[in-house]
Design a binder for this molecule. Structure first.
Ligand code: CA
Length: 223
């Protein structure tokens, strides 16, 4: 179970965050005050901090300073206002791991939370963690090699990441947006057909039946 500290004073955003995080199995604690946030973030009780920059007491940038100043490496995702470009830069320079500009979609925040939590895993991984296998498909996450029925297939870097996302969620429908978020991050045009193009590539390499199109919803890996 991952524990997330939410430092946010807007009750609507708090409700939105708590409902979404709870639904995905996280436990949360909400603090509205910057001093309290900094105090709790320095302890050992949380795996990640979602930090609003505009907080009463001590603002988010000061919280960041206080937490990082103590050498605390807790992952921190800051929430910034749409016009707060300078704040975003300051926050990233001040040690924030990532940021979300309000308003944002929960799915996107969730994807970024998962990236942060995944990156915290120890650099050494047990053999079972470095290999993903579903049906006839197999990926080695260390060597970035892919096999279909024991036969090595060449995947480009992006094809590999897309395949990895699908293999991590076998039989689950992944929406185009989820795939864009996870594979291309925020560096994509939501109107582009890049997902369709890459799914076509993957089908050619992994087998036509490997990935199912779920009309109007997205794609699903067949196991
Ligand atoms: Ca605020």
């Amino acid at each position: 179970m991952n524990r997330i500290l939410i430092a946010e004073d807007n009750p609507h955003i708090v409700d939105f965050l708590q409902a979404g995080l709870k639904a995905h199995g996280f436990t949360t604690l909400v603090v509205e005050d910057g001093y309290r946030a900094a105090e709790l973030a320095r302890g050992d009780d949380f795996d990640l901090l979602i930090l609003d920059l505009g907080l009463p007491g001590q603002d988010g940038l000061k919280v960041l300073q206080a937490v990082r100043g103590q050498g605390e490496c807790l992952p921190i995702i800051v929430l910034t206002a749409r016009d707060g470009v300078d704040d975003t830069v300051t926050a990233l320079e001040g040690g924030a791991n990532d940021y979300m500009t309000k308003p944002f979609r929960f799915e996107e925040l969730l994807a970024r939370i998962k990236v942060q939590l995944r990156d915290r895993r120890p650099a050494y991984a047990s053999p079972s963690e470095t290999r993903l296998e579903v049906g006839h498909l197999s990926l080695d996450l260390l060597t970035r090699q892919a096999w279909v029925e024991g036969r090595l297939v060449e995947l480009s870097a992006k094809e590999f990441v897309l395949a990895e996302v699908l293999l991590r969620h076998p039989m689950q429908v992944m929406s185009k947006e989820q795939l864009l978020n996870r594979v291309w991050g925020y560096d994509y045009d939501p109107g582009s057909n890049i997902i369709e193009v890459y799914i076509r590539h993957l089908r050619r390499k992994l087998g036509n039946d490997a990935i199912e199109t779920v009309r109007g919803m997205g794609y699903r890996l067949r196991s």
